[in-house]
Design a binder for this molecule. Sequence first.
Ligand code: SF4
Length: 314
Amino acid sequence: MSSIRCKTLLHWYAQHRRDLPWRHTSDPYHIWISEIMLQQTQVKTVLPRYRQWFHTFPTIASLAEAPLDDVLKAWEGLGYYRRARFIHQSAIRITEIFSGHFPSDFNAILSLSGIGRSTAGAISSFCFDQRTPVLDGNVKRVLKRWHQKPEALEKQLWEWAQSAINQASHAANWNQAMMELGATHCSASKPECALCPVAPHCRAAFHVDILAEKKKPVAVQNLYWQVDMHRCPERGIWLIQRPDKGIWAGLWTPPIRELDKKPKQKPSHIHQLTHRRIHLYINLLTTLPTGHGQWVRDIRSLALPTGIHRLLTS
Ligand code: SF4
């Protein structure tokens, strides 16, 4: 890693960084929530949800005390609900084990549910000024291009990332700058080498082989689900809570039955997940529901998956 490249990238970041609310704080609770929200969700979607989160749960203690249902409700629409469950578990752990204070030790951060090495690196550098690298998808791509090694493995990437941050004058800004470069000029499909501040120090500059970098597409699995709809003008709609594991874990839906084969009729709604396409078929019932569940008049009072929301409100 050349020190000129370090200085150039940090200078570019200082001049051109996007103004994002989590870049105005080093409070670990705020950084933690922003990092988890940003893992699978676009910045523009996260922005209003990030602000709203701290109105609902202003402190780690308030988050730990809240019922899981409230946390899932606050996460509604962000997808990958496992993240919300992990956040809740970690808030409880922070309250019980760390006296309510977010830990500053890297291994303690790593011990929290849903926090991997890269996220721990972000929190540890942004909040506690530690030289712990971030290695998310954007940073991996930048490092592979700098070294012109599209096939580089995790171990090698971590070594490059650590070596780079060791030479940077500011650990937090370094991680932010690497993520920013990957999210802007050094994007996966359209690298803008002509605008890139570190092009003179990049081995792949102006001849990135996008096709060679492309990963094999993952096959999409089709699922056919019958949604048993019990509606009652006086009581509302019958909803049950899904099991703790699997798709839409812990969220509220009408009773769902997985069908063995694709029905002849058109689905009422199709919901796309990353690697799954769920075809939903409404089955209107006039019988009374059985089993555990509840009548719900206002579906906004519970956490429902986006696909079910759309189905019920379309
Ligand atoms: S020169 Fe091109 S490939 Fe290299 S880091 Fe910059 S944008 Fe990415």
